[in-house]
Every structure is written in structure tokens, then in C-alpha cells.
Design a protein around this ligand. Sequence first.
Ligand code: AFD
Ligand code: MN
Ligand code: MN
Length: 430
Amino acid sequence: MMFKTISKEQIENHNKKNINNLKKDYEFFLKKTKGLDININNIKKELKNFSIALPSWGLGTGGTRFGKFPIVGEPNNIFEKIEDCAVINDLIGITNSISLHFPWDDVEDFKELKEFTKSYGLKFDAVNSNTFEDFKDYKHSFKFGSLTHTDKSIRDKAIELNIDCIKKGEKIGSKALTVWIPDGTNYPGQQDFSKSLDRYINSMKKIYSKLPSSWKIFIEHKPFEPAFYSTVINDWGSSYYCAKLLGKKAFCLIDLGHHLPNTNIEMIVSRLADMKKLGGFHFNDSKYGDDDLDSGSINPFALFLIFNELTNAKKNKKLNSISYMIDQSHNITDPIESLIMSAIEIQRAFAKSLLINYKILEKFQKKNDAIFSLNHLKNAFNIDVTPLLQMIRYESGNVINPLEFYRNFNYRKKKSKIRKKKFDISATIL
Ligand code: AFD
Ligand code: MN
Ligand code: MN
């Protein structure tokens, strides 16, 4: 933590006002969890090592195809976005890395960007490629696909853009490339499913061959949108197949919004972990499709069940190191507030999973005791871990109540005086 925007003193003042209440709540939490046969210090250690990357594209106000409603003091470029990320991390302490998206986050001097980011106590996570839209200077179009396009010159361009991402990522210290392609169709018969998958694999092999030895490549699947009849990398099966073919640096990435409604995502987590191909997550929540809603806002129990699988797989030594990232669109909120709340919701789900006693659960499972198995999970889920997360923040020099602190800090108002306005009217302040 570098505390460039928020001073240590401001944090200490806030914490001084809240510590007495927290101590009482924390004591109650310890009392509630006493009978669980868990080691609270180990749990704290695990939680202190847990971190989630922030998406550069989630720092500006998002929108839908119907429009966008900006707020004042919004960041205009990647440097200002990094400033915002630092505010979030200084308050909550679990988001010390940023995931960039190219060419959106292109800069002239990557060394300068790296230094600037470091000066805020932050680093870079996976880089993301964009082959889902056309830019002015492009001589080709991705309208009918990118890595799987029927035209070789367009496939080559998409490959080149991904390799370019790796090169930029190397300059800033990233260690992974996430590839999500929009390729697919809107009409039955439009595409030969089999041939387009072959083209994908061949294109990905060329990208994979340029991956530095310490890097990973993540394959992100998605069943629909922008293509509405079929997509080339539609589900985890296709993703696994390709990751397996590519080699040991290739992994599957699960974006929680990239599944059809009611899909059992925790089951996919377990399968990919067993197959040693689970590489990362894009966290968000959804009600209908790829809604990109805030993590834990719709179905926190589903999020908890995902962490239950992760914690269980880790206990059984079946888990690789995993990259945790947020991928959300903040359309009606201040993105900083959404990201603070979302990161804590993800941390909360993880913390609750650490309260599960797998020996006890296994006993119930062996007896086929459905109700007591569920009850054991529910007991962990129903414990309020807020004081635990607050105590970890307090002990790490962060803020006991981040949202409250941020509201009183008037960050956007302050920034609106410095950052040039994108819009004169309709920009709101929350
Ligand atoms: C997409 C995918 C993917 C992509 C991002 C860009 O989830 O992660 O990079 O959104 O906005 O829907
Ligand atoms: Mn995603
Ligand atoms: Mn998405």
C-alpha cells in the first residue's frame, strides 16, 4: 500500500472511530466459530494471501447498447484508472493488481506505465486481447470472426494482435494472456463447426508458440453473444479440449456470466480442477445471461459453492495456482464502490468456505445424509464473517468500513476538478 491519495492518518482516524465496535463483533465471531474445530490463524493467513485483479475496463462507467450514463470525476485514461485502483486497494488491501485490455489500454511508453503503477503499490495481472471490434486503422474486419475467420489474412491479423499483447504484457510484468474471441454465427449453416474449431486450434498454436516460458494462456468460453446462434469456444468442454491440445501452459478460464441460466458452475470448477486445467476466474454475477452484474449481488450462495469446490480441491492437493479477476460492467453505480463491494463479496465467499470442516462433511456424505451434508455447508454459509474481514483489513492497515470511508472522502468531487470532463450535461454525482 502506498497511500498516495488517501493518507495513513485518514485511515487511522477512521479505524480509531470503529475499532471498539469491531472488537466486540470480532469476539462474538470467535465465540460463534469456537465449536467448528478450525484454526483461525491459518484462516487469516489464507485470507491475507488472497488477491483479486481489477479489470481496467471496469473502472469507467459501463453501459449497454442502449446507452451510457457517465459520472463526474471519471478516469479518462489508464493512468487515471490506476489511480482509482490504488484507492480501492488502499481501502481493502486485496486488489493489488490490474488486468489490462489491448488496444484499449495502449500507451506510448510502457516503462513509464509500469513505474507509475509500481509507485502506487500495484502490479499487472493477465493481459487481455481484443479481436471483437474493428479500429480505425485496421485494414481488415473481424465482423465474421477473428482467430477462426475463413480468410487467412484476417486470422493472421488476430494472431498478430494476440502476440502483440504478449509483448506489451512482458514490458509491464504480466504473466498471462487471456483470450476471449467473439467468433461464432447468427444463422444455422453459416459455419462449419468442425472446420472453425480446427482454425481456432491452429491460430492458438501460433500464439502459444510465442508465450514466454513463465507465462500462461487462459481460454475463456462463452455460449452466446455477440454471436447468437453458435460460438466457437462455447463451453468448458471445448475450452478443456483446446487447452489440453495446446500444452501445459494453457488453462481454462471461467467467467461466471458465460454460462446458460442455471448451469451448475461449481461442478465445472471441480471437474476442471481435477483435470488440472482450471486457470482463472472472471467474477461477476448474473440473472439472465452475461449480465456482468456485481459479484455476489444476485446469488451469493452460488459464489460460496464455487469457493467450497476450490477450498476442497486445495485441501486434496488438486488445485493449481489460480488467477482471480473481476469482470463486471458498472452501469448505474460509481465503479469504485461496485469494485470495493464486489471484491469483499468474493473474499467473503472464500472466507466462509474456509469454515467448512471437510472431515465432518465427508462423514455425512458417506452416510448419504443429504440434509446434514447441506446443513453443514449452510452453517458455514450462514456465519457472518464481516468482523473477520474487517479485522484482517484493520490488521493490514486498511479500512474497517471501506464504503463508508469512500463516501465521506468525496473522491469523485475532488477528481472532477482535476480530470477533464467527458460530458458537460447528464454527468451525475452519486
Ligand atoms: C467479455 C468477456 C471478456 C472480455 C470482456 C471485454 O467476458 O472477458 O475481455 O468482456 O469487455 O464479455
Ligand atoms: Mn470475462
Ligand atoms: Mn463477459
